[in-house]
Design a protein around this ligand. Structure first.
Ligand code: KET
Length: 458
């Protein structure tokens, strides 16, 4: 048996080469390396370890780029400048720029501890009490689709996991069907459909000239898409633009989707955060459901209950009959089982306790209004600071028209780079800033950074 430890350095290099080449060709060289059983070599010394590491089977795996949103938080952490500001990820911070755990969440957790609840597996579809209240919160408890048991609700791994599960269902049961997504949209939408191998294309949404909705472009792109396509819509507080259709525009969007026999697919990640009202923010979804349309709705409790790390959300499929809903649910479960088996329980219990108890529910609404209110107040203050500092006559009022957690500043990629390299303001390269990560005290500083980047960087 040949001992690798006895091979000279130059020979070991050529051995590595052979090893790599052979492996690529798919021969059985891993086991019969130069006639010896590599994995069983007894004199496996430090030299042989080095050889083994240098011929990594992962050599062809290239370094992935940082995530455009979550990668910003990583870069922020590494910055030691004391003026640094993280406006990248959409996560609520207090006026002291600290993460915030809602009081109702703490109360719900205390209740759970008092009850001494166990940690048994959940069913594949998740916690029944959660699934009930989440569909009711979205659609309204008295909605006919709920009364008639026409909604298939499955607890998902927050908004992302719920979108991904629905994408898997589309891939399996609507092969070749296209998903239309807004241009621009939340960065992860494209990843989700790409990974699920669901083809997608974009519809016009944002008009940089008016800094508003390109409604005509949106309608004509949806009309031009194949019948039977899925149309991904942000239920409220469109990310990243902060621009939502008006109720009249929603009606027209529904008309076109209905005419084209398309299936609306709502992403509801900010219910309560756009207007401060849970019902108002669900009105787009309810409008479509009231027309008797079949639709998908992915929900997230990351933002409105601050449960980011609990990964709690749901996928709801509103169907034409209770029978269809039962079948869809069974297939969602079938898709979930080999992916992650069943979801986690902690966040589901929190939501079930908060939404299911009138007392906690009312307290939640108050806390949500407080969070939405703080964001509105920094939005106003940022606008005031920009108007005071920028003497060029530029109209910054679009900031006040946008809703939700974000402001879409219109800053270009190079301007956002200046925001970070010179001002230590971390934001996504599409020009989005999360106002939920801004304090009143930092508004002037941010306004200075924006005015400088906007006027002095091309
Ligand atoms: N949809 C939209 C529109 C969205 O902005 C997010 C998160 C999600 C779904 C999913 O969130 P989840 O935590 O999986 O329930 N957006 C923020 C965080 C992220 O990118 O993951 C963001 O845009 O900053």
């Amino acid at each position: 048996m040949l001992s690798l430890a006895s091979v000279s350095p130059s020979a070991s290099l050529s051995l590595q080469k052979n090893f790599k080449t052979n492996w690529k060709r798919g021969t059985s060289s891993r086991i019969n390396f130069l006639g010896s059983d590599f994995s069983k070599t007894k004199s496996y010394t430090r030299t042989s370890m080095t050889v083994a590491v240098k011929v990594s089977r992962f050599n062809d795996i290239t370094m992935a780029p940082p995530d455009p949103i979550l990668g910003v938080s990583e870069a922020f952490k590494a910055d030691t400048n004391e003026m640094k500001l993280n406006l990248g990820v959409g996560a609520y911070r207090t006026e002291d720029l600290q993460p915030y755990v809602l009081n109702v969440v703490k109360k719900a957790e205390n209740l759970m501890l008092e009850r001494g609840e166990n940690k048994e597996y959940l069913p594949i579809e998740g916690l029944a009490a959660f699934n009930k209240v989440t569909a009711e919160l979205l659609l309204g408890a008295d909605n006919a689709v709920i009364q008639q048991q026409r909604v298939a609700t499955v607890q998902g791994l927050s908004g992302t996991g719920s979108l991904r599960l629905a994408a898997a269902l589309i891939e399996r049961y609507f092969p070749g069907a296209k998903v239309l997504i807004s241009s621009p949209t939340w960065g992860n939408h494209k990843n989700i459909f790409n990974d699920a191998r669901v083809p997608w294309s974009e519809y016009r949404y944002y008009d940089p000239k008016t800094v508003g909705l390109d409604f005509d472009g949106m309608i004509s792109d949806i009309k031009a898409a194949p019948d039977g396509s899925f149309v991904l819509l942000h239920g409220c507080a469109h990310n990243p633009t902060g621009i939502d259709p008006t109720p009249e525009q929603w009606e027209k969007i529904a008309d076109v989707i209905q005419e084209k026999n398309q299936i609306p697919f709502f992403d509801v990640a900010y219910q309560g955060f756009a207007s401060g009202s849970l019902d108002e923010d669900a009105s787009s979804v309810r409008l479509f459901a009231a027309r008797g349309m079949e639709l998908f709705v992915a929900q997230s409790y990351s933002k409105n209950l601050g449960l980011y790390a609990e990964r709690i959300g749901a996928i709801n499929v509103v169907c034409a009959s209770s029978d269809a809903a039962a079948r869809v649910k069974s297939q969602l479960k079938r898709l979930a089982r080999p992916m992650y088996s069943n979801p986690s329980i902690h966040g589901a219990r929190i939501v079930a306790n908060v939404v299911g108890s009138p007392e906690l529910f009312n307290q939640w609404k108050e806390e949500m209004e407080m969070m939405a209110g703080r964001i509105k107040s920094v939005r106003q203050k940022l606008y005031d600071s920009l108007c005071a500092k920028d003497k060029s006559g530029k109209d910054w009022s679009f900031i006040l028209k946008q809703i939700g957690m974000f402001s879409f500043t219109g800053l270009s990629k190079t301007q956002t780079e200046n925001m970070t390299s010179k001002w230590h303001v971390y934001m996504t390269k599409d020009g989005r800033i999360s106002l939920a990560g801004l304090s009143s005290a930092k508004c002037e500083y941010l306004a200075d950074a924006i005015v400088d980047s906007y006027h002095n960087v091309k």
